[in-house]
Design a protein around this ligand. Structure first.
Ligand SMILES: [Cu+2]
Length: 166
């Protein structure tokens, strides 16, 4: 029955590895998207952004745009040269490095008066999951992604243990 055991292990590995490796994709503003009069500070609070995750800015192309700026430009709503703007209306920004990241809209006074500005803090990648002694507590705190990964890992360990017993 060796081939059967190998199959089970491979099947679980196929489930686990993509789940651990997959990056989170954050739709900025969720269903509201990237627009005026939305509090992106509130939106970002409580979220954990990691290297490898992606931000997606959704908006009607032409109505808004996205500039990656520095802290001073963010504070003062200084608009960089237009050729630095992302304008597709579905702009995907991979979070490549840890640290603070600032984004503003450069159309009219959307940043200064419409509050169309987002600052996030990007944490290092989640390659080595931290031990979670509270598992399997309900996922009221901590990221759902981590809980999912822990759950899959536990399921895999159970499966491997079962296979070993057979
Ligand atoms: Cu705008």
């Amino acid at each position: 029955m060796a081939s059967h055991k190998v199959f089970v292990v491979i099947a679980f590995a196929a489930i686990i590895f993509p789940a651990l490796a997959s990056a989170a994709k954050y739709i900025v503003g969720d269903e509201t998207g990237w627009t005026n009069g939305f509090n992106y500070t509130t939106w970002a609070s409580g979220k954990e952004f990691h290297v490898g995750d992606e931000l997606v800015f959704n908006y009607p192309a032409g109505k808004h745009n996205v500039f990656k700026v520095n802290g001073t430009q963010f504070k003062n709503c200084e608009i960089p040269p237009l050729n630095e703007a992302l304008t597709s209306g579905k702009d995907v920004i991979p979070l490549a490095k840890p640290g603070k990241k600032w984004y503003i809209c450069g159309v009219a006074k959307h940043c200064a008066e419409g509050g169309q500005k987002l600052v996030i803090n990007v944490l290092p990648g989640v390659g080595a999951p931290a031990p979670s002694p509270s598992w399997p507590a309900p996922p009221t705190s901590g990221s759902a992604k981590g809980t999912l990964a822990s759950g899959l890992m536990a399921a895999a360990l159970v499966a491997i243990a079962m296979v070993a017993v057979l």
